[in-house]
Design a protein around this ligand. Structure first.
Ligand SMILES: Cc1cc2nc3c(=O)[nH]c(=O)nc-3n(C[C@H](O)[C@H](O)[C@H](O)COP(=O)(O)O)c2cc1C
Length: 317
């Protein structure tokens, strides 16, 4: 599947935003080919069946949901990948990009980029044991690009079927402009498909990344939260069709989000996080939504809907 010639569109793994509820909402709007869980942490001495049990490959049906693992113990990660594959994961990914100190402090996430031998050992064992494609999502490096060439090559040598590159270093965080030239370099060096990630904010930017870097596929994170139609817009642009926004579909998808998120004990944080993305094009509306005190999550929901209606009426003047 990952060798397809037409670009595949991936929704980036994103922890927070209600995670699975958010992915279900976006899957209803559609336009992308696959999504992925946020990282599933494999701690030391894990009870793997209980971690794997929480994963449902069909939760975002009809869009397949891959699984992402984060950890540092090769044997445990390989076993988890094996069990996820048996459970129906279309793909299992190793997270080599998470900048969080609580994670990287223990050698996982982006810290793996500083220990290429460990990274190679983990990916090799995962690829040997897992019955479905294994992929790696990496950054350029931790503070610099000294291990970049080595890391991208070892991903291929270990047997991964795709490399996703979030084109920033760990020190770049999320705000430094993505360095697309590294995606171009990875594409030149590797035979496996390369998925470009970082700063795709419009359909034109998506085409620009494909043209400038030659990458095979595209992955989008934050923009999908502020513009849930971004994938459909890109698909239309690729197929030279006109895009027509369907506000009713957005409200239907939001309805699904609220129904699901209200089953949590404290959904208000997820509603605020999603609202801060969805309203980001109008600072004053976003500010009003974020600063208003809420007595309940139903209040927050109601106000988010009002703010969105205001946003859309302004957009359509
Ligand atoms: C709120 C949030 C949570 C994230 N969680 C994860 C994660 O669990 N695993 C991962 O590999 N990347 C994670 N990322 C990084 C994204 O997958 C993506 O690489 C990054 O946002 C750059 O893409 P973008 O410019 O399209 O947003 C997260 C990013 C954000 C903003």
């Amino acid at each position: 599947m990952y060798l397809k010639t037409s670009p595949l569109l991936f929704l980036a793994p994103m922890e927070g935003l209600g995670a699975i509820e958010f992915r279900k909402m976006l899957a209803l709007i559609g336009g992308f080919d696959e999504c992925c869980t946020e990282f599933i942490r494999i701690p030391s001495h894990p009870h793997i069946p209980s971690l794997v049990n929480k994963y449902d490959p069909k939760a975002t049906w009809p869009i397949p949901q891959a699984a992402q693992l984060m950890g540092v113990n090769a044997k445990d990660l390989a076993e988890a990948a094996y069990q996820l594959g048996l459970k129906g994961a279309p793909r299992v990914e190793l997270n080599c990009g998470c900048p969080s100190n609580t994670v990287t402090g223990k050698g996982a996430g982006s810290s793996l980029l500083d220990t290429p031998d460990t990274l190679f050992e983990i990916l090799t064992q995962m690829c040997q044991k897992c019955p479905v494609p294994v992929t790696a999502k990496i950054r350029i490096g931790v503070n610099d690009d000294l291990n970049f060439q080595k890391n991208i090559r070892l991903v291929e040598e270990a047997g991964c079927q795709m490399l996703t590159l979030h084109a920033r270093t760990k020190s770049d965080g999320y705000l430094h402009p993505a360095r697309w030239e590294y995606i171009q370099e990875a594409k030149k060096q590797l035979r496996i498909p390369v998925c470009g990630n970082g700063d795709i904010t419009t359909e034109d930017k998506a085409l620009e990344m494909l043209e400038k870097t030659g990458c095979d596929h595209l992955m989008i994170g934050r923009r999908a939260a502020s513009d849930p139609f971004i994938f459909r817009k890109i698909r239309c642009k690729l197929e030279k069709r006109d895009f027509v926004e369907d506000t009713l579909l957005l409200f239907k998808a939001l309805d699904l989000f609220f129904t699901e998120i209200f089953q949590r004990t404290s959904p208000i944080g997820s509603i605020k996080q999603l609202g801060s993305f969805l309203l980001s094009s109008r600072v004053e509306i976003r500010q009003d939504f974020l600063t208003k005190p809420y007595n309940s999550s139903h209040d927050a929901k109601q106000h988010l809907i009002e703010c969105l209606e205001k946003l859309f009426s302004l957009q359509h003047i």
